[in-house]
Design a protein around this ligand. Structure first.
Ligand code: GDP
Length: 317
């Protein structure tokens, strides 16, 4: 275990995003006093020279790479070029600059959707690159795999202390509630809320409702990231999840219950289901001593509360 000095310079790339903002909250509450962030208007992470100048000036000791172009099944399907380009650029620029400017350690965030589409369940870390990817998000997945391989390669060739974690589907305060680009959980909260408020008799759900997904609250993920920054040092990208999954139908039923929408669910099977299941084996992280603490129902309640505080749909535009 490495006890990180509370005055260490800790850079969180992507601090306005769902995961980055949760990491910042977790760092602050753990007493870190030197958390460095830069808004996109001041630092474009796709601009290599700018990233290099930033690292040269700030010299962060610890780096969390929570910056990424992310989106749900529809966004991935319709903007493949942007997904592969932006993610590759961000990874190359950040990982290389962190190494060259002498960072102590870097944590890179992968994603469970980079495992093979038909991986055996629950998915163990070593199943990476053992089969074909899910076509709806292949460009994103290829870019994220490249990021993991960069961490692994920089560790092997240069001895750079770069680690990667593989979170399952993340949700929570700060989520993207846009119906076109967002992921399923915030989209369903918004749909259920709007259906309730407008008195609609039914609400639409994409796909068959049969795919299974695992959902991890972002505050649990942030806690796991801090834990791994201090306790994990290996090239294998470590799974982070809750150890349990639900069908989309079960998810929408829980969401409707929390939100208070009692109408009919209409499954639109013209929309893609995506991968049938992506349930992570979290045994390795559990063996190190970390477990998720926030249950799905409590997490949805917390996320719905945040959504309402933001003014509901208006704030999501
Ligand atoms: P994925 O986990 O990468 O497949 O991405 P998503 O979170 O976007 O979708 C997960 C599953 O939820 C897929 O099977 C979708 O078809 C289904 N789904 C049901 N309703 C919705 C919705 O309103 N929005 C989204 N994004 N997905 C939905």
């Amino acid at each position: 275990m490495v006890e990180i000095n509370k005055e260490a310079r800790v850079y969180v790339a992507g601090h306005r995003g769902l995961v980055g903002s949760a990491i910042c909250r977790a760092l602050k509450s753990a007493g870190y006093t030197n958390v460095i962030t830069r808004p996109r208007a001041e630092l474009d992470l796709c601009d290599r020279a700018a990233v290099d100048r930033f690292f040269g000036a700030e010299k962060p000791d610890y780096v969390f790479v929570a910056a990424a172009k992310v989106g749900g099944i529809h966004a991935n399907n319709t903007q493949p070029a942007a997904f592969i380009h932006d993610n590759l650029s961000i990874e190359i620029n950040l990982i290389d600059a962190a190494y060259r400017h002498g960072a102590e350690k870097l944590l890179f965030l992968g994603s469970s959707c980079i495992y093979p589409k038909l991986a055996p369940q629950p998915i163990r870390e070593e199943y990476l690159l053992t089969g074909e990817l899910e076509p709806t998000n292949e460009p994103y997945a290829i870019a994220k795999i490249a990021g993991l391989k960069m961490c692994e390669s920089y560790r092997r060739q240069y001895g750079f202390n770069a680690i990667s974690v593989m979170p399952t589907n993340i949700y929570g305060p700060g989520d993207n509630f846009d119906l076109e680009t967002g992921h399923v959980l915030p989209a369903l909260i918004r749909k259920a809320h709007e259906a309730k408020v407008s008195g609609a008799k039914e609400m639409g759900v994409w796909g068959t409702g049969n795919p299974r997904r695992e959902f991890l609250h972002v505050d649990d993920l942030a806690d796991a990231c801090l834990f791994c920054m201090q306790r994990y040092e290996d090239s294998l990208a470590l799974n982070v999840g809750v150890g349990d999954d639900v069908t989309i139908r079960e998810l929408v039923e829980t969401v409707c219950d929390v939100v208070g929408f009692e109408g009919e669910l209409v499954f639109d099977t013209s929309k893609p289901d995506g991968t049938p299941r992506k349930w992570l084996d979290v045994g390795r992280l559990a063996d190190l001593g970390w477990r998720a603490k926030i249950g799905l129902r409590d997490g949805i309640t917390d996320t719905y509360r945040w959504y309402l505080e933001q003014g509901g749909a208006l704030a999501a535009e």
